[in-house]
Design a protein around this ligand. Structure first.
Ligand SMILES: [Zn+2]
Length: 204
């Protein structure tokens, strides 16, 4: 027997879409809840195999818990704010908003094609105005509470990308995005005093 992926998967994906099959239900709020959140993809343009591996794992968990009677919330969003989007927009001579949201539309279709069981009604992007409004509010509150401080430290710097890189984004001494050798640079930056919460987190 042959597995006709094109027609079978399309048929079920359409059924799930039309029936809101993966939305947590209010009438099921008596059930035990499970919140399954995978790391948001950065909307760089196209889904790659790293995304497929990552989101299939979360999807397997979500489906497992639904089958076992849990009321599951498995949302998705887009990590779409910051220098990489600005640099890509400069490179492609487009406004960052246009570049970012066009990529999101394209990548959402690709993820849908994988049949992943995300809630469709709770998707957002970290570049959405509503999200950044609350993010800024949190920053102001943390500043007022004395949880933000400035210090100078040595960071990984990529000159063409004009941005700081995390250690994980440095591959064999070069930038993961553009392959330029990474420089060490002294930089003044803002930091969050998360250790002030260490005791509270331990209590949770
Ligand atoms: Zn770079």
């Amino acid at each position: 027997m042959q597995y006709d992926s094109q027609s079978i998967e399309k048929k079920w994906q359409q059924f799930w879409n039309e029936n809101g099959s993966f939305e947590p239900l209010e009438e099921e709020c008596g059930k035990e809840k499970k919140y399954i959140l995978s790391m948001f993809p950065y909307p760089s343009g196209r889904i790659h195999m790293g995304h497929v591996r990552n989101y299939c794992l979360g999807d397997a968990f979500a489906r497992h818990f639904r089958k076992n009677g849990f009321n599951v919330l498995h949302p998705i969003g887009w990590d779409s704010f910051g220098m990489p989007a600005e640099n890509a927009a400069i490179k492609h001579k487009l406004h960052p908003k246009k570049w970012t949201y066009e990529n999101i539309d394209y990548m959402r279709k690709e993820l849908e094609g994988l049949g992943l069981s995300f809630s469709k009604t709770r998707e957002f992007a970290t570049s959405d105005e509503l999200y950044t409004k609350w993010e800024q509010e949190f920053i102001i509150r943390m500043y007022q509470e004395g949880l933000l401080y400035q210090k100078s430290s040595t960071v990984n710097w990529c000159e063409p990308c004009h941005t700081v890189l995390a250690n994980e984004q440095v591959e064999e001494g070069c930038c993961w995005r553009c392959d330029t050798p990474v420089q060490q640079k002294r930089c003044q930056g803002y930091y969050v005093a998360i250790t002030k919460y260490a005791q509270t987190l331990w209590m949770i």
